[in-house]
Design a protein around this ligand. Sequence first.
Ligand code: CTP
Length: 459
Amino acid sequence: MTAVLQDKTVVLGVTGGISAYKAAEVCRLLRKAGARVEVVMTPAACAFITPLTMEALSGNSVATEMFETTAQSHIGHIELASRADIVVVAPATADAIARFAAGMANDLLAAVVLATRAPVLLAPAMNSNMWDNPITQANLARLIDTGRFSTVGPDAGELACGWVGAGRLVAPAEIMAAIESRLAGAPDAARAEGALAGRRTVVTAGPTWEAVDDVRFLGNRSSGKMGFALAHTAAMQGADVTLIAGPVALATPAGVTRRIDVESALEMREALRRVAMQADVVVMAAAVADFRPGVRVLGKLSRRDAHPAAARPARTLPLVANPDLLAELGRARKGRAPLLVGFAAEVGVSGEALVARARQKLTEKGCDVVVANEVGKAGLGLGAEYNAVTMVFADGRVVDLPADRKEAIAMKIWNTITTFYLTPADASASNKSVPASAGLSPISPGKRRARRGRKGNDV
Ligand code: CTP
């Protein structure tokens, strides 16, 4: 844990959901990290966890009522809004999110959220259908578009209401990591001047898990590190970053605007449907499973099911093809933005053969750039700290990025993309859609910084 929370004032808003009890642990961790914690509870939250518990853990009186006759007056409570370095709402119910999005101030927490100029981090928790409901998603998008709100989670899994899906409050440690990231984000001024300032980027990362039954899945060895490094370095250069993460054990990088956690390829497709077409650049770094089990067994597939006593043949697992998410985007954009950057993971293929494979994927999937890497080499690629990649562009250019830490490779990938595709004037324009025929228009060679050839490129 870093010192970023030392002496910071965190307003911890708690709304009325089953997971409200987890706010107690968040409060304890915040205190442990050196923060001053002011807890504001909605009346519904008090039905799930007592103000007394939060008072004991925060070391401060807990504000619940908008209009109190005690020394802590209404104005005093609202004053929390100006003292806060960050407002964290955990759990944030669908109802709370709706009220924040509507600009309501009908309870103390909503009033503080409306009045504060501090960043607001929401940790949503609700029934999965409520989460998936376009109304909830539109409310969240409205909040996020203000630039002040970001989210952490929710997780997918079994919910307290018995449903299975996205909607579970993320673990307190993950909320802490997101708070630290948000507070430690690059200074606004520096980000505003970054090469990606005003650009909306979507980065997918990690593996997908394709459920066989309730406990088993088909997956792959992707750690998500390359995608997370791309999300981080884009944010550091001023981009608005949506990170769509498969199941990985990584904290949200500093500066990332929103993170959507998914498990399967179909969930990733849903997340992309919500955000990809509004983006300027989509980077598909995720190792999406090409196939999923044709049937999902409820409960746990038993050894006896697979090898029944009657000596029937061992069970085979039928597989069906997953959609190719990148190719779908390539078709859907119809020559417009976003710029599409795919990855190509190849085993035992290098040099010209790697470039040829990348070029084939580029054409088949209709993208602008393919970042090819040879996976399976010791210390490089899937799961490793280092990577070495070759970028293949639709206009035929090829750029080699020799082995380096994934964060450094990510920075060079963005540098190459911005140099090839964004003129300085474009790059400084704020909230402007990227002009595109097929994605962004390549800058004419005259405008481009002189580059060396295919080998030993200096990006
Ligand atoms: N990809 C995707 N949807 C899939 C499979 C892959 O969007 N169902 C994307 C990946 O995110 C990556 C690119 O396509 O950006 C290439 O992925 P890769 O696994 O290298 O290639 P495949 O298309 O799966 O081809 P193959 O497995 O035959 O190499």
